[in-house]
Write a new protein. Structure first.
Length: 208
């Protein structure tokens, strides 16, 4: 980590950070923010650039970012301070453990952008977008809430599409792959994928 990130982690984690492993009992995500605004759950926020940009452009909603890697958490905390983002909290740990602790219908949206594709067949069971996980995420969405996924791995995109379409409580907003949403910033990761010739697939499903 850079010295800036190390400093941000030490100073800002107490105010804006959440350790999922330390949570005890049910979790109301709105309680992390001290207000009753709609909450967007960002699963796998990486270095946090996209999360910070979306939160800055969307101040009426709160963004709960979940990441496992400390450098990414530190970088997002630094961005939170630099841009004065009071509507961002950063959680470290297993996102599914956090979701399991949440009540049903408490989220306005769930974003799963560029999750690990686990390309080998024997590792597919580790993918986050699979039927039981989708059912869990969907159960935490309020009516009309959206589950938005993006990947640059074509085979995983097809798997995502099949899994999301099979959930009876989700409606495919675009009837297939979605046009690239303007609100999802282009990250360095996505630019590398496009430079390498890998198209990016977006999928947006809404809870009935």
């Amino acid at each position: 980590m850079t010295s800036r990130q190390t400093d941000a982690l030490a100073r800002l984690r107490p105010a804006y950070g959440i350790e999922i492993a330390d949570l005890d009992g049910p979790v109301d995500p709105a309680a992390f923010f001290g207000r009753g605004a709609p909450v967007v759950l960002e699963i796998g926020s990486g270095m946090g650039d996209a999360t910070a940009a979306m939160a800055a452009a969307d101040p009426d909603r709160d963004y709960l970012a979940v990441e496992v890697h400390t450098p990414g958490i530190a970088n997002l905390l630094d961005l939170v301070q630099r841009h004065g983002l009071g509507n961002v909290r950063v959680a470290q740990g297993d996102a599914l453990d956090l979701v399991r602790a949440m009540p049903e219908r408490c989220l306005d949206a769930v974003h799963v952008f560029f999750p690990d594709p686990w390309p080998k067949s024997r590792h597919h069971k580790r993918r986050i977008i699979q039927p039981e996980h989708v059912a869990l995420l969907r159960s935490r969405l309020a009516g009309g809430g959206t589950l938005h996924c993006a990947t640059d791995w074509a085979e995983y995109a097809e798997s995502m599409r099949s899994t999301l379409t099979a959930d009876p409580e989700l409606v495919d907003v675009h009837g297939g792959y979605a046009p690239r949403p303007a609100h999802r910033p282009v990250t360095k990761f996505e630019r590398r994928a496009l430079t390498a010739g890998r198209p990016v697939f977006d999928l947006v499903h809404r809870r009935r």
